[in-house]
Design a protein around this ligand. Structure first.
Ligand SMILES: Nc1nc2c(c(=O)[nH]1)N[C@H]1C(S)=C(S)[C@@H](COP(=O)(O)O)O[C@H]1N2
Ligand SMILES: [Mo]
Length: 446
């Protein structure tokens, strides 16, 4: 990829040597041998030198090499100090956050995922964005039931325990509020990635497929829609077409291996993969089958996109292909010149991400970049490439396309179709302006 200067090689060997002082002499020989191998092997195993030695010398401390750190000289805490573990106290700033002026209070509000702090594609449970209309109800699972009724042969009531006796599925899916980035429709407003794109998460969801339960109750032939209702104070409802319910909708009870968090709908929620987050009703208590969508307050007034001709788009369920660069971003500027991995996330409610192009000049030139790790349907997909930043200003953009051939639009293309009245479904190509001092700003190109 690139070579190390003799000085850099020396710095690297010195720092490796210091690190190896704590090891026994035979371990140390092996350690240094490995280090030399890594240097010799065309440096493919070692990431580019981003000033390894530099960053050390910046903050002198008696814990740094060549000294033995204080924590190496005493015993640590025992098992069960934290029966339910939590992140290192040094990570205390990695939290959800909100924009207070967005909503009147924190009951009917939203908090956003710190996408700039996350690795891979999974959102840890404590960082999954929260969106609710009447606060988080605390539900005792023993006193909660799921009712399935309406146009069915055999209406049934299920407890959590009963639901968990059906065959389960575990699927890694993104979940996005269609209002994600809605503040950006007119102009760039938010100063960070957490607020331009943070109504987005991706978990491994476990539960029973709705189609399994519908087979149990027996759907009458005239049924075409399913009304889903939550047990929260908002009793939030949405109408979901039966086709979706029979396809990939899941009644979820676990999230990343543990029970759903209260914020995410404990003890059960609906998950409609790839669809508007609001259709994934939390604290699910009732499913009613009917002939047509219910003319409910949520249905007709809120989740529509007002078009330039005065008509509104309704049942715009799918979260279309989107992407954003997560590093650098306003919260994660370039600190110095040199090598960086430019990374981002891409997703599509229609299926798998097929590819991502990146531009450093505001969309004049594009180059395809590598997709990293798992590439799954209706799931966050990470992309990245190595970039040597020499202090030049950049207009960084990513453009994703999915397996259906849909290509993420520019703001101009999106506005031509949707006008300027929408709040929902903003999936335009996003631009980060990198300044010469490495700082990163949210901008829109016209
Ligand atoms: N019962 C109920 N379900 C709900 C909501 C709600 O207020 N009540 N909010 C919806 C909205 S608007 C979104 S975007 C998602 C958010 O899911 P999350 O909080 O797990 O991220 O939940 C949906 N399900
Ligand atoms: Mo939402």
């Amino acid at each position: 990829m690139h070579g190390f200067s003799p000085k850099q090689q020396l710095d690297l060997i010195t720092s490796l040597e210091l690190e190896s002082q704590a090891l026994s002499s035979s371990d140390r020989r092996q350690f240094l041998k490995n280090a030399m191998l890594m240097l010799g092997a065309g440096t493919t195993l070692i990431s580019p030198s981003v000033g390894l030695a530099n960053s050390v010398s910046k903050q002198p401390s008696s814990n740094l090499p060549p000294n033995i750190p204080e924590w190496s000289k005493k015993l640590g805490t025992g098992v069960l100090t934290e029966p339910y573990g939590k992140p290192s106290s040094f990570e205390k700033n990695v939290v959800r956050d909100t924009v207070d002026w967005l909503t009147q209070d924190r009951i009917s509000s939203v908090s956003m995922t710190p996408l700039h702090k996350l690795k891979g594609i999974i959102t840890p449970n404590g960082l999954v964005f929260e969106r609710h209309h009447a606060g988080v109800p605390i539900i005792n699972p023993d006193q909660h039931r799921l009712i399935i009724h309406g146009l069915v042969e055999n209406p049934l009531v299920f407890s959590l325990e009963e639901l968990q006796r059906f065959p389960s599925v575990s699927e890694i899916k993104f979940l996005e509020c269609p209002a994600n980035g809605g503040m950006e429709w007119k102009a760039p407003q938010m100063s960070g990635l957490q607020f331009t794109h943070g109504m987005l998460s991706c978990c491994e969801w476990t539960g029973v497929k709705l189609s399994t339960l519908l087979a149990e109750v027996g759907v009458k032939p005239e049924a075409k829609w399913v009304l889903a209702e939550g047990a929260d104070g908002a009793a939030m409802t949405r109408s979901i077409p039966l086709d979706k319910a029979l396809d990939d909708t899941i009644i979820v009870y676990a999230q990343n291996g543990e029970a759903l968090r209260p914020e995410q709908g404990y003890p059960i929620r609906l998950l409609n993969p790839g669809w508007e987050g609001n259709t994934s009703i939390k604290w699910l208590r009732r499913l009613k089958l009917g002939k047509q969508p219910w003319q409910h307050r949520e249905e007709t007034s809120k989740y529509t996109d007002l078009l330039p001709d005065g008509k509104a788009r309704q049942f715009s369920f799918v979260q279309e292909c989107n992407s954003v660069i997560t590093s650098p971003c306003p919260e994660k500027p370039f600190q110095q010149k040199g090598w960086y991995e430019i990374e981002g996330l891409a997703w599509s409610g229609k299926g798998k991400i097929k590819g991502v192009d990146v531009s450093i000049d505001g969309g004049i030139n594009w180059r395809p970049v590598a997709l990293k790790g798992l590439v799954l349907s209706k799931c966050l997909t990470r992309f990245g490439f190595m970039f040597h930043w020499q202090g030049e200003p950049l207009l960084l953009q990513s453009r994703a396309y999915d397996e259906t051939g849909y290509v993420q639009p520019t703001f101009k293309q999106l506005r031509e179709v949707r006008g300027g009245n929408s709040i929902y479904h903003k999936n335009a190509i996003h631009t980060w302006q990198v300044h010469q001092d490495g700082s990163v700003q949210n901008v829109q190109l016209t």
